[in-house]
Design a protein around this ligand. Structure first.
Ligand code: ADP
Ligand code: MG
Length: 230
């Protein structure tokens, strides 16, 4: 479960600072998807970066399964991120020369003593999650051999490798047509239910919002009480 408690994040802006996230409180429970919507520049990606423990907030708490990530040191925060948080960024960041399967295994081999048993476990896990996102038959394909929707599935699979309890997804449908976008949203809803992740999903595609368990709207860094629905 993830609980944001009065989170504020500012960035330097010339001589002053711009408030990207302004006292935002938000809770997401296991097995639910909370949609975060709002205009461009309203602070959605900033909020997700704080939830992901990638940026420390100026104030407030970021509780991941009860642990306040905002108070952890860099090493503990990165351990927490690796073990409990799955992140799907807006840009796919897939490496052109790697197969779908390798995109998932490479992260798990960096900076660790790679015993053969561990490599085998990671390889098996990668097949399992590629299957879960519907790519069982595409494990050996490189990004240029996959469609936009399939590449997005690889991103989602990669985020699920370590069986996270919190799944954070930023604008997953922005580069897809309506139908493929809807399929990705359905996939995220299904995985959230099956894996019991607490999911935050940023989208400004209003058609998808009725499928979410909860919807919040950001305007100028703040959460608005009334969702702006189409
Ligand atoms: P959204 O994802 O809703 O489009 P962002 O979170 O990207 O909004 O941006 C919110 C505000 O924070 C904007 O005013 C943006 O210019 C500012 N901002 C975001 N990231 C940075 C950064 N790394 N440095 C300075 N300002 C930033
Ligand atoms: Mg954004």
């Amino acid at each position: 479960m993830i609980q944001l408690d009065s989170v504020t994040l500012t960035f330097p802006d010339g001589d002053s600072r711009v408030t990207a996230v302004d006292r935002v409180s938000l809770t997401a429970h296991p097995g639910t998807v909370t949609g975060i919507t709002g205009p461009s520049g309203s602070g959605k990606s900033s909020l997700l970066a704080v939830a992901a423990t990638l940026i420390r907030p100026d104030a407030g708490a970021v509780l991941i399964d009860g642990v306040d990530a905002a108070r952890l040191g860099a090493k503990d925060a990165s351990d927490l991120r690796r073990d409990r948080i799955g992140i799907v960024f807006q840009q796919s960041n897939l490496l052109p020369s790697l197969t779908a399967h390798e995109q998932l295994t490479v992260m798990n081999e960096l900076g660790r003593s790679g015993s053969r048993a561990r490599r085998k476990t990671v390889a098996v896990r990668a097949v399992e999650v590629l299957d879960a996102v519907g790519l069982a038959d595409h494990c050996d394909k490189r990004p240029h051999q996959l469609s936009g929707g399939q590449r997005q599935r690889v991103n989602i699979a990669r985020a699920l490798m370590n069986d996270p309890s919190v799944l954070l997804v930023d604008e997953p449908t922005s580069a897809l047509d309506q139908e493929r976008g809807a399929q990705i949203i359905e996939l995220i809803l299904g995985l959230t239910a099956k894996l019991e992740t607490s999911t935050l999903l940023v989208t400004h595609d209003l058609v998808h919002l009725p499928r979410m368990h909860a919807v919040v709207t950001m305007v100028d860094g703040r959460l608005c009480a009334v969702p702006v629905l189409a």
